[in-house]
Design a protein around this ligand. Structure first.
Ligand SMILES: [Zn+2]
Length: 390
């Protein structure tokens, strides 16, 4: 009898596993729950830990769920990046070079490598993913993104600005953002973008930051949660406890909710602790409650480490969703402080503003790594291909 009883829980557990495997995964998409339900969920999450070691155990489970849900367990093998770095152009205080590498064999990440001119390295680095805004020109071609990257480079950062799948060069070459591996590929591409900047001999590996807005904010907090090489993060207009991202590249795979664990983007962002993080929010989108909900939640996590001062926020009540001037002005000083950028000659001490007037807006053709004149290598995957992850 003893033996039989001991088998029953095992059988029950087996059934649960089977049932869970057979049922459709739960996706938390967009406004999956209300603002009030989000607050209750954060209370349930907060109740799962009361010490640093308990939080670390919780954080490990959340990380594991993100990786499992994104089909990144086990992590893909790190195949040769085979970077292609074009000559590009030199401007006042910085250069911009069309650059690509292979995140998987034949699957390219396209971007622009911005470098400081007239300064001595090694330099800190900043990864700049972008959001879903299509116009004008979209993605890394947008003026706000070019301003952000050029200004960071002029302050001494090596910056890599890179396309989402189906944006920028990726779109031009025929890939569509509806690709059903978008979440997997973009997360892996961000991890490989860290490998890429680390491979540059003039980069200081201990001072790597990431910042992006909207869908680029999602990429920012996912990468920061998953990879400890990110030293500083600035997710912009995206961290929300009640909104999960509306695109399949943000919430189209079961990273938020399983029978074992529920989480949300406020907790995922807090996995940055104790590394410096700045939340930038506005009153007109899903980040409107940052001051009262997401920031205090993160601060409580940082307090386990005695590092509350490492998490900050800047809130713009009347502004719209995006990474426009005022939000960039809120990000620059945080990166000056935490990765050692040099604002001399760029920060006006009288106005407190960082000068962006030296940015030269490049054309799409200037920014393209590959096009009709400079074709991709023959082994590049055909647009829309299923990408072999393992
Ligand atoms: Zn997307």
């Amino acid at each position: 009898m003893q033996r039989l009883f001991s088998l029953v829980p095992a059988l029950a557990a087996g059934c649960l596993t089977l049932c869970a495997a057979e049922s459709k995964p739960t996706l938390c998409v967009g406004h999956y729950h209300s603002e009030a339900d989000a607050v209750k969920q954060l209370e349930r999450i907060a109740a799962t830990h009361s010490t640093l070691s308990e939080w670390k155990a919780r954080a490990g489970k959340v990380r594991k769920q993100i990786l499992t849900g994104a089909n990144l367990v086990p992590l893909p093998r790190r195949t040769p990046l085979k970077p292609v770095i074009r000559k590009g152009k030199k401007y006042d205080g910085y250069s911009a070079q069309p650059t690509a590498f292979e995140a998987r064999p034949g699957f390219y990440v396209y971007g622009t490598l911005y470098r400081p001119l007239g300064r001595k390295g090694p330099f800190p680095a900043v990864l700049c993913p972008h959001g879903h805004a299509r116009g004008p020109k979209g993605g890394r071609y947008r003026e706000d993104q070019q301003h952000r990257c050029a200004t960071l480079a002029r302050m001494g950062a090596v910056v890599f600005s890179y396309d989402m799948i189906g944006f920028g060069d990726s779109l031009h070459l025929g890939w569509e953002h509806t690709h059903n591996q978008a979440l997997t590929l973009q997360t892996w591409s961000s991890i490989r973008a860290l490998d890429f900047v680390e491979s540059l001999r003039y980069v200081n590996k201990n001072r790597i930051a990431v910042t992006g807005c909207s869908g680029g904010g999602t990429q920012t907090f996912l990468l920061t949660a998953l990879d400890q090489r990110v030293a500083v993060s600035v997710p912009v207009v995206m961290v929300s406890a009640h909104f999960f991202g509306g695109c399949h590249c943000e919430s189209g795979m079961p990273i938020h909710k399983t029978p074992e664990l529920e989480t949300n983007n406020a907790e995922i962002a807090a996995l940055a602790a104790p590394r410096p993080m700045k939340l930038i929010s506005v009153g007109t989108d899903w980040t409107k409650n940052t001051a009262t909900v997401e920031y205090p939640f993160a601060r409580d996590i940082y307090s386990y480490y005695g590092k509350q001062s490492n998490v900050e926020y800047s809130h713009f009540e009347k502004e719209k969703h995006g990474y426009d001037y005022s939000k960039r002005q809120a990000m620059y000083p945080f990166l000056v402080k935490h990765i050692g950028l040099d604002s001399k000659g760029i920060l006006d001490p009288k106005t407190g503003k960082f000068d962006e007037s030296k940015t030269v807006m490049e054309t799409v053709e200037q920014m393209q790594v590959f096009n009709e004149k400079r074709p991709q290598p023959a082994h590049a995957l055909k647009p829309g291909s299923k990408v072999a992850i393992r």
